[in-house]
Design a binder for this molecule. Structure first.
Ligand code: IPE
Ligand code: IPE
Ligand code: MG
Length: 261
């Protein structure tokens, strides 16, 4: 995406001591950054608050992350909001999250319009409460003709379930005689994943220190650079985002080839 440099400089004015926009090469911004937004519960507990307060605070970080991504000119931002395993949580917490997804999305639609952001969802939405599903559909409809950054929200997403689904779709095509098994290639699998049409992430950020993928984008992250920060998601700011991009730009991405420097 094209960067509006005046807006970008203004957005990153008054930097903290250890990071500033000057350290970022604007020609080498990752196209797609993905986030495992983790640590809402610990953020709340460390303040003696109920976990739900952490989820509510996490919404502010997500809004800032969307804006930062637009300012930096990303083509795509994706975030892990609810996994297929998160249904194991207490019913009260699950209900709160589903309600929060719906209310937040409605509230943020003006931002998506203003910034020309196009919404996508990753995951099986059929299992969501009707209120949440309806609002998600409204978000899809209202942003369908936006031409700016793609914002993909992973809800009831599990990477293994996604790959199983792709296998089922391909098997159905094969059974119909539309696909011959030996012709199946990576592109045919990619195009049947929820992320179809979105380039693989260049950078994956996980907050709150955990060194695991928790069933997120197993196929798509094959050559993605990882950045793990101890910062809890509700404390994640535009500056922490810049630190992640600075770290990304210091990497040598070899894709299996030889060292280039
Ligand atoms: C991430 O924060 C949000 C979701 C998984 C919905 P957590 O709720 O996992 O917070 P921690 O990991 O328990 O601190
Ligand atoms: C991963 O976080 C899922 C999301 C951020 C939505 P979890 O908190 O569910 O992951 P684990 O349980 O620590 O692996
Ligand atoms: Mg967690």
């Amino acid at each position: 995406m094209r960067i509006d440099e005046a807006k970008l400089r203004d957005y990153f004015a008054n930097p903290p001591e250890d990071i500033s926009l000057d350290e970022i090469d604007l020609e080498r911004i990752p196209r797609h950054v993905s986030f495992i937004m983790d640590g809402n519960g610990r953020w709340a507990q460390s303040r003696g608050l109920d976990r739900s307060k952490g989820h509510v605070a996490g919404v502010d970080s997500l809004r800032e992350t969307v804006t930062t991504s637009v300012r930096l000119g990303l083509d795509a931002l994706s975030v892990y909001a609810f996994s297929t395993e998160n249904w194991k949580r207490p019913k009260r917490e699950v209900n709160l999250l589903m309600h929060l997804f719906a209310t937040t999305l409605v509230k943020e639609l003006p931002l998506f319009h203003q910034e020309n952001v196009r919404l996508r969802f990753l995951g099986d939405l059929d299992a969501l409460p009707r209120e949440t599903r309806n609002v998600f559909q409204r978000g899809l409809d209202e942003t369908a003709d936006h031409t700016g950054m793609t914002f993909a929200l992973a809800v009831n997403y599990g990477s293994r379930a996604e790959i199983v689904r792709a296998a089922q779709l391909l098997a159905a095509d094969a059974a119909m005689g539309n696909v011959s098994p030996l012709d199946i290639d990576e592109e045919m699998i990619s195009s049947r994943l929820y992320t179809s049409g979105i380039p693989d992430p260049d950078l994956l950020v996980r907050t709150s220190g955990e060194m695991r993928l928790s069933n997120y984008l197993l196929w798509q992250l094959a050559y993605t650079e990882f950045y793990v920060t101890d910062v809890y998601w509700p404390d994640f700011s535009r500056w922490e985002f810049l630190r992640a991009v600075r770290s990304f730009q210091a990497r040598d991405r070899r894709f299996g080839g030889v060292v280039s420097k």
